[in-house]
Design a protein around this ligand. Sequence first.
Ligand code: SAM
Length: 214
Amino acid sequence: MRFDILTIFPEIFDSYFKESIIKRAIKEKFIEIHVHDIRKYTKDKHGKTDDIPYGGGPGMVMTPQPLYDAIKAVKKKNKGPTVYLTPQGETFSQIKAEKFAKLKEMILLCGRYEGIDQRIRELFIDMELSIGKFVLTGGELPAMVVVDAVSRLINGVLGDNESSKEESFSKKLKRKKEYPHYTRPVKFKGLTVPEVLRSGNHAEIEKWRKKHLK
Ligand code: SAM
C-alpha cells in the first residue's frame, strides 16, 4: 500500500517510520510512505504557507495555493482517497483501519494552525478523519496513527498474520474486549502468571481468557 503524506513539517515523520514494524514493512515493500513538504510548493516570495483569516479571529489559516499545487502533484502518483486529518472529522477506528488496509493508496493531509482554507476541503477532500475528541497542534501525529494502524493490518506486515485479527475492536471478533497478556518471567515483583496459562490446557486457557475479557 502506498501512503502520501502532505505536511509543512516532514522531519516529524523520520524517527517513527524508521523504527520497528513500519521500518520493516517499508523495507520488505509491504508499504511505501512518501512524505511531501507543502512549503516546497508555495509561490509566496517569503515561503509563507499561512495567512490571517478572513472575517478576523485568532490564529492563522493554511493558504490554498501551496496546498492546491502539492495535492495536485501528489494525485498524479496516488489515486487513492485524499483524507484530511481534523478534529472535526469522523472518528478513526479499527473498523476504518480494516477498510483502509484494503486500499492500494491513500493521501493524508496534515493541517496546522487553525486548519486549511475551506476551498481545499471542497476541491479535494474525500474524507475527514479525527483521532479523538481533543485538539493537537498538527495533523502529523494523527497521520502517523492512521499509517501505523492501517499498515499492521496489511498481510505480511506483522510476522504472525493472525496476531492482528484477535485484537480489541476488530470487526471479526465483533467485541471490544481483550484478555490480559503475560510473558516471562513467571514471577515479577511478587505477582505470578496465572497457573492455568502455564498449564498447556487450551480449553481451560480459552475459558480463563473469556472470563477475563475487559
Ligand atoms: N481550529 C481547529 C479546530 O478547532 O478544529 C483546530 C486546528 S489544530 C490546532 C491544527 C491541525 O491539527 C488541524 O488542522 C488538524 O490537521 C490537526 N489535528 C488536531 N487535532 C486533531 C485530531 N484530534 N484529529 C485529527 N487531526 C487533528
